[in-house]
Design a protein around this ligand. Structure first.
Ligand SMILES: Nc1ncnc2c1ncn2[C@@H]1O[C@H](COP(=O)(O)OP(=O)(O)O)[C@@H](O)[C@H]1O
Ligand SMILES: [Mg+2]
Length: 378
């Protein structure tokens, strides 16, 4: 099989298991992201694939060749795995020129005529005109391009990225994100990309693998993860979310204050009560005052504005409604205390498993997470 295969990977440090039996595939030409909070084991997974760490269990194959098999004692050295890797720290040599840096892995391999490979790689990342510069004469973004050119110069079969954008400022991060996607598609090699940034994961990936505390929680396309998270941890980690406590009484779900609420029937497969319903802020329409018009497929809650945070494109409101604090977006300017109506479809309100974050992480759902909102709350 082409691509990357990981089966039952285990990595321990002393008595601590940091990778706990994870399995996944990256198909040929596919861009897959490992997404999860700091310390969940993303880098360790990547290092095991690169051969920089020795797994304690499981098997890793690259393009059908087993490069690591703990039980059989197989371990192929990193430089024989035919992969290119880009790190968060660019890890380029300050005393070498751009061209020499890109040529470095080829030179180490004993290749003499590196000129055309280096020229090709610099062309792909748009750095040909800076080939003779030293790293100190380059911006952070340009240094990251050098690291990228170096990773692809030997035409690797697999590309690995470990948070390659985290040292760039926001604007450059957006540009470089597009650039990495373009290059990966052009080279048609499988890529495994590690990040804790949901925007990078959603925008770049064919598939995302969400990790928590050394385990895989969910794998899927960005849309699947966003719209059908398997539990509260995934819903909370990807996008912003309201979690509403609901209880069933007389075949009907109710919010904390007893207000009846309709949920997506497809998400309603039993489970112990109280349940948690996921409601994305952008799925809510916020109107001033009290809206009375009836529509059987929509939920309508009346409430009042608790706090607001100006974000530019819209204002994020916190509304007290249904016995809960609900975040919703709007472009209306509404002072605290304003009566409002929240309208949302039953399909946009999904029951999810109430499995929250591991103790390693502060649950972002500990509302409110940003202090500006707090200031308006009485
Ligand atoms: N060399 C090491 N020795 C001991 N513990 C380590 C070592 N490397 C990583 N860890 C631990 O393994 C866990 C996973 O780390 P890491 O893979 O770097 O996470 P991530 O990249 O997701 O932030 C962390 O708890 C970290 O402290
Ligand atoms: Mg890491």
């Amino acid at each position: 099989m082409m691509g990357i295969t990981v089966r039952g990977l285990v990595k321990t440090y002393g008595a601590t298991t940091v990778i706990d039996t994870i399995s996944f595939d990256v198909a040929d030409g596919e861009f897959v992201t490992l997404l999860g909070p700091s310390g969940c084991g993303k880098t360790t997974t990547l290092r095991c694939i690169a051969g920089l760490d020795t797994p304690n269990g499981g098997l890793i194959a690259i393009n059908g060749r087993v490069v690591s098999d703990a039980r059989e004692g197989v371990f192929v050295a990193p430089h024989k795995r035919d992969l290119g890797m880009v790190f968060q720290s660019y890890a380029i040599w300050p005393h070498l020129t751009v061209a020499q840096n890109v040529a470095f892995p080829l030179t180490v391999k004993g290749e003499r005529n590196t000129g055309s490979a280096v020229g090709w790689a610099l062309d792909i990342v748009g750095m040909t005109h800076l080939a003779e510069r030293r790293p100190s004469e380059l911006s952070g973004g340009q240094q990251q391009r050098v690291a990228l050119a170096r990773a692809i110069a030997a035409r690797p079969q697999v590309l690995l990225f470990d948070e390659p954008l985290s040292n760039l400022d926001a604007r450059l991060r957006d540009r470089t994100r597009l650039e990495i996607s373009r290059i990966q598609r052009e080279l048609k090699v499988p890529a495994l990309y590690v990040t804790h940034d949901q925007t990078e994961a959603l925008s770049m990936s064919d598939r995302v693998i969400v990790m928590e505390a050394g385990r895989v929680v969910q794998q899927g396309t960005p849309r699947e993860l966003y719209h059908r998270p398997v539990n509260r941890f995934v819903a909370d980690f990807i996008g912003s979310a309201n979690f509403l406590e609901v209880r069933r009484a007389e075949r009907q779900w109710h919010l904390a204050d007893g207000t009846p609420i309709q949920v997506d029937p497809l998400s309603d497969a039993g489970g112990t009560e109280p349940r948690v319903a996921l409601l994305r802020p952008e799925a809510i329409r916020l109107d001033a005052g009290s809206v009375v018009e009836q529509n059987s497929t929509l939920n309508r809650l009346t409430g009042s504005v608790l706090g607001a945070m100006y974000l530019g494109p819209h204002i994020e409101y916190v509304v007290a409604a249904g016995g809960a604090h609900i975040r919703a977006f709007s472009r209306l300017e509404l002072p605290p205390g304003s009566p409002v109506t929240l309208t949302f479809a039953a399909d946009d309100c999904r029951l999810v498993d109430d499995t929250a974050a591991s103790p390693k992480r502060n649950p972002a759902s500990d509302y409110p997470r940003q202090s500006p909102i707090l200031e308006n709350i009485p």
